[in-house]
Design a protein around this ligand. Structure first.
Ligand SMILES: [Zn+2]
Length: 343
């Protein structure tokens, strides 16, 4: 599995980044002359210049050249006892993660993006099925174990984090302090990100402890459900739940926990006891069979029980790619972290 870590570098690379833009511009308009000898006079180290030439020489749209990153390939990176060394930039980065290989490192004004390949343990033999419902009333996630009937709730704090920051933002906007608004937004997404890491870690520990496979709703359901966008379910930006799902996914892979997806269509409409279509009154789900339960709990059990049309993680790749732009926007708002910032 490939993970990318994002870390602040605290160094001024503006000179090198300016050179990188010039090289990218050169590459876009001189596709037939992609050799470092033509751009050597700019002064950027060949190991980095070559990467930029190759990247932008390939069908890159000219208008995309706004923020060119310095790209350092594996050959330009040294690693000894917890320290990454990039000789061409005289840059040392403490990095205490185990990996098979550092694929490449990208650098922009503020961050270093370290892409590593890590080994995936074999998938465990599961004994239980855990349905995980994201974005439930009052909690970020709710897990239900099919075999024991137990329910676990995660992330109660998120709702008031969002409310608190919404009020702060509104006040700042009224005063016209837009620069501060951006800072506050960054802080909020950093807090939500940390919380998402914490929640996903707890869910994975539960799965490891119970030897449970995780089942979630297909991610599109979270993002594209326009009907609910204005309801409480969407009080938090849907990208933060997308982020949470992604965190659960990669942490599960690292722990050998299988993750499967189900179609979200019926999870809130069907009775988790008998499968009939029931009614939702406020927070409660009521079935013709007489079963009454908290609507979110009913949904989580449905997620745990349903198994048709399982979408394997691998098959989600195309979807992942389609979403990558949005996710990048979301991750750009966050601060340095030693957790992988996306899959
Ligand atoms: Zn029923």
């Amino acid at each position: 599995m490939i993970l990318t870590y994002k870390i602040k570098h605290e160094k001024d690379f503006s000179k090198e980044l300016d050179m990188a833009i010039k090289i990218a511009e050169y590459a876009v308009s001189n596709k037939d002359k992609l050799s470092t000898k033509y751009i050597a006079h700019l002064g950027l180290k060949a190991v980095i210049a070559n990467q930029i030439l190759r990247k932008y020489g390939r069908n890159w749209k000219a208008k995309a050249i706004k923020s060119v990153k310095l790209t350092i390939p594996n050959q330009g990176i040294k690693y000894t006892s917890g320290i990454i060394n990039i000789p061409s930039l005289k840059l040392f980065i403490p990095f205490n993660k185990s990996f098979q290989k550092i694929n490449q490192i990208e650098i922009d004004k503020v961050f270093v993006y370290i892409s590593i390949t890590v080994s995936e343990p074999p998938i465990i033999k599961i004994k239980t099925h855990i349905g995980v419902d994201l974005n439930t009333t009052g909690h970020c996630a709710l897990a239900a174990i099919k075999e024991t009937g137990k329910v676990y709730r995660f992330g109660k704090k998120a709702e008031h984090i969002h409310k608190k920051y919404k009020i702060i933002r509104k006040n700042l906007q009224k005063k016209g302090l837009y620069g501060v608004v951006k800072k506050i937004k960054n802080r909020e997404s950093r807090i939500v990100r940390d919380l998402n890491h914490k929640i996903s870690r707890s869910i994975i520990s539960l799965a490891v402890k119970k030897k449970g496979g995780i089942q979630m709703e297909k991610l599109q359901g979270i993002r594209d459900n326009k009907k609910h966008r204005k309801s409480f379910k969407y009080a938090l930006n849907s990208w933060s739940f997308y982020q949470l799902a992604k965190f659960i996914e990669y942490k599960a892979l690292l722990a050998g926990i299988p993750v499967t997806y189900i179609e979200p269509a019926y999870t809130s409409k069907c009775c988790s006891r008998c499968g009939q279509i029931g009614e939702r009154n406020d927070k409660y789900f009521k079935c013709p069979c007489g079963h009454v339960e908290h609507a979110d709990v009913n949904a989580a059990f449905n997620i745990a029980f349903l198994s048709p049309g399982i979408v394997q993680l691998q098959k989600e790749k195309s979807f992942l790619q389609a979403e990558s732009d949005t996710r990048q926007k979301a991750t750009q708002r966050s601060y340095a972290t030693l957790e992988p910032h996306w899959l």
